[in-house]
Design a protein around this ligand. Structure first.
Ligand code: PMV
Length: 308
């Protein structure tokens, strides 16, 4: 029996979400929440997954093949769905990678990333490609889309220093009512109606993302807190953080920390995962508890896609 197991990490935007759709840089980290896909020749073809209807045509088109031999597909995941942690990119990447190996196509991360981007287009309409690139290559990714066919995907040669890494906490505000696609369209509409607001957001977010790179590398804690606060303020200016979530973030700021939405966000109530930072992470845990929200600490900058 042939059995291929591939795992993918989650991702979190340290900064640059939404701006990255407009050609600005994003700094994104792979996170140690695991999604696993098993493709095996065991049993009859299990096509109860709608995902197969998206992934198989992408592979057939790329390799000009008409049929794919029968296989069984199993998916298990620790990544919360629709919470800004790249669950869709993770499942597509792991599935594509496993199916390619099943078809005896050699392991090629660039190819897997390219095909995962095609799947992301089906999910999100106009994705930047940052999510799939981070999940596939892992680590800390500096991502910038210059043109549809030219993307800078730079895996950084340093990791987040321990002093900083241990003080990040993820706070789950719940799955947003709005999809990533809807939030990206919302920002696009704002750009048409009030271009000056989005232009200002883009310029400031680019500056902050560049500063963040330096601040992380040099392990500058006070500056990191300042950048997360400013980055969040900018995200709020384009309407991707609901008032419910903004007020929780204000509480964390009052305690001396910082927090931001991650990924597309939401405008009604929940916005998915918050990335929070405090010199004493217990303070964030207290704030989360007070608001009846779950929170947890993760490793940032972990390995990307791999065969188990
Ligand atoms: O919410 P997520 O994990 O799908 O992240 C979306 C990030 C955006 O910048 C809003 C969109 C994109 O394609 O980069």
């Amino acid at each position: 029996m042939k059995k291929i197991t591939v795992s993918a990490p989650a991702k979190i935007h340290l900064l640059g979400e939404h701006a990255v759709v407009y050609g600005k840089p994003a700094l994104v980290a792979a996170v140690n929440l695991k999604l696993t896909v098993v493709v095996s020749s065991n049993g009859s073809k299990n096509n109860s997954y709608d995902l197969s209807k998206i992934i198989e045509p992408i592979i057939k088109k790329e390799f000009k093949i008409k049929t794919i031999p029968k296989y069984k597909l199993e998916i298990s995941s620790e990544i919360p769905v629709g919470c800004g942690m790249g669950s869709s990119a993770a499942v597509s990447a792991a599935y594509i990678a496993a199916l390619l190996l099943f078809l005896n196509i050699p392991w090629d991360l660039d190819l897997i990333n390219k095909l995962t981007y095609e799947a992301e287009k089906v999910f999100h309409g106009n994705p930047s490609g940052a999510d799939n690139s981070t999940i596939v290559f892992g680590g800390l990714i500096w991502y910038r889309k210059e043109m549809p066919d030219l993307k800078i995907i730079q895996k950084l040669n340093f990791s987040i220093p321990k002093k900083l890494a241990n003080n990040f906490v993820l706070v789950n505000t719940g799955q947003p009512k709005e999809s990533t696609k809807e939030m990206v369209i919302k920002v696009g509409n704002l750009y048409k109606e009030k271009p000056q607001i989005v232009e200002k957001f883009l310029l400031e977010q680019e500056k902050l993302t560049r500063e963040l790179l330096f601040v992380i590398k040099e392990s500058k804690e006070d500056e990191l807190i300042w950048i997360i606060r400013q980055g969040e303020k900018n995200l709020e200016s384009i309407g991707v953080a609901s008032s419910y979530v903004s007020s929780i973030i204000r509480e964390i700021e009052k305690l001396g920390g910082a927090a931001k939405i991650c990924g597309a966000g939401g405008s009604t109530k929940s916005t998915g995962m918050l990335l929070a930072y405090h010199k004493d992470p217990d303070k964030i845990k207290e704030a989360a508890k007070k608001n009846n929200l779950s929170c947890f600490q993760v490793d940032l900058g972990v390995k990307g896609l791999r065969v188990e």
